[in-house]
Write a protein that binds this ligand. Structure first.
Ligand SMILES: Cc1ncc(COP(=O)(O)O)c(C=O)c1O
Length: 461
């Protein structure tokens, strides 16, 4: 067994570390349940566990690590900042690091948006930037209500949770769903209208428009609509570009601000620097976190200056001036842009998606393969279950959990998402090599084959 240099004390042996953390951490801990790994080193796409095993990391900090672990440009930026003696924490004071980050960020934005945009630095989590965006629009419009979509994930604080779709996490929290109108997201495979494809997306747009215009539809004029261009935690579900343009038109015609949550889709992940760019939509606000901090915590909301009606301190917070995250983020944004990594994500992602799609014949548990760029979902189903009107078979959460574990056995970290946690989600870093992409697919295919083999021979998985 290979131990980390600091792991000389026998009390720190791997099983003891896992046991202590399991016993002391809250029952809400998540990833640590499915991945009993004690990471001690990481580089690029690879994590090394304290047991000496190497894992290909296709979770990438839930989409945070655009450049993988400990990328040299990120480490260099962090070292340089520390060595410079810059203050690491200065609330929201003006610093050279914040200035450089803001310049770098604005340079990546669609020019029509950047030209008249303001940025607000938030508490360092995506959920706080979502809160800020919702409050901003509520303040600017003087309205309360919000429009949000089925399958959406926006975070775990009160406002963000209210616009999130997942019922299980909302149910125990009293009064969370107030003032949110839930609209159907265009999820082709499990279409809310039972038709799928472009037609399902058109029905979603038509339903939204008619509902908002119906004087007896029950929806008072809302403060904002919030959406993801590709739903991440919702199972890597991309919305058609035409549907996004419809949402822009519908909201613009009715004076409803459009907030696009780019927390997971941003920084090249979907094959464009920002996912909205595929459709050409210019939102009123964009929420950003995860990759913008270059693996350190950072979150912002960027919005049209017309909405900047906040009073000083309207969305304050202690940790809104993380110097190291700004330096690491600047290095990451510049590197992704300079190296054309969004284009690379589009190319590798399309190749991976095509190969996964090709596996459906031999692996009937693969119900759907979808995504955009390096945000890929493989929805696992019960191949013997009755198909619905769109041909979708019942979700297979146990199979999916088995596949996740079988992947880990093969040195591959993948997480689940989507309805019933039945979708295997691939979020590799944008720097994934062709060989690593092949290795990911080989291991995943092998894991699915192993987990579903008993089912094919008549035994239940
Ligand atoms: C689209 C989206 N919005 C918001 C969040 C919340 O971000 P955080 O976990 O940093 O609070 C997430 C997290 O996965 C996300 O995917």
């Amino acid at each position: 067994m290979t131990l980390h240099p600091t792991d000389l004390d026998p009390a720190l042996r791997i099983d003891a570390v896992l046991r202590r953390q399991r016993d002391r951490e809250s029952s809400a801990r998540t990833y640590a349940r499915s991945f009993p790994v004690v990471p001690v080193r990481a580089h690029g796409m690879t994590i090394e566990g304290a047991d000496g095993r190497h894992y290909l990391d296709c979770l990438s900090g839930a989409g945070t690590l655009a450049l993988g672990h400990n990328h040299p440009v990120v480490i260099e930026a962090i070292r340089r900042t520390v060595d410079s003696g810059a203050p690491l924490h200065v609330l929201d004071l003006a610093t050279p690091e914040k200035d450089a980050f803001t310049e770098a960020l604005f340079a990546t934005l669609p020019p029509a948006f950047a030209d008249r945009a303001r940025v607000h630095f938030c508490g360092p989590a995506g959920t706080d930037a979502v809160e800020a965006a919702l409050k901003l629009m509520q303040t600017a419009t003087g309205r309360r209500g919000l429009l949000a979509f089925t399958g959406a994930y926006h975070g775990m604080t009160t406002g963000a949770l209210a616009v999130t779709g997942n019922v299980a996490v909302k149910e125990p929290v009293a009064g969370i769903a107030a003032d949110v109108t839930r609209l159907p997201y265009p999820y082709s495979y499990r279409c809310p209208f039972g038709v799928g494809g472009e037609w399902g997306a058109e029905l979603s747009a038509a339903y939204t428009e008619r509902l908002l215009d119906d004087p007896s539809g029950g929806v008072v004029p809302p403060a904002a609509m919030i959406l993801e261009a590709v739903q991440g935690e919702g199972g890597a579900v991309p919305a058609p570009d035409s549907w996004l343009r419809q949402m822009r038109r519908i909201t613009a015609e009715r004076g409803i601000p459009l907030i696009v949550d780019e927390v997971q889709t941003g920084v090249g992940r979907t094959g464009a620097f920002w996912a909205v760019e595929h459709s050409g939509v210019i939102p009123d606000a964009m929420v950003m976190s995860k990759a913008i901090g270059g693996s350190l915590p950072l979150a912002v909301v960027v919005y049209h200056e017309d909405y900047d009606g906040w009073r000083p301190g309207a969305h304050t917070g202690t940790f809104r001036g993380n110097t190291l995250a700004m330096a690491a983020g600047t290095a990451t944004l510049r590197h992704v842009a300079r190296e054309g990594l969004a284009e690379r994500a589009a190319t590798v992602g399309a190749r991976m998606t095509a190969r996964l799609d090709g596996l459906r014949g031999e692996l009937p548990a693969i119900g759907d393969v979808r995504g955009r760029g390096l945000m890929i979902g493989v929805e696992l189903v019960d191949p013997e279950g009755e198909p619905d009107s769109c041909g979708a078979r019942p979700p297979a959460p146990r199979t999916a959990a088995g596949v996740r574990a079988a992947c880990l056995d093969r040195g591959l970290i993948v997480e689940l998402g989507g309805r019933h946690d039945s979708t295997v989600r691939l979020l590799p870093p944008l720097v994934i090599t062709d060989e690593q992409a092949e290795a990911v697919l080989d291991r995943l295919a092998d894991a699915i084959a192993e987990v579903t083999a008993p089912r094919l021979t008549g035994r239940r998985a």
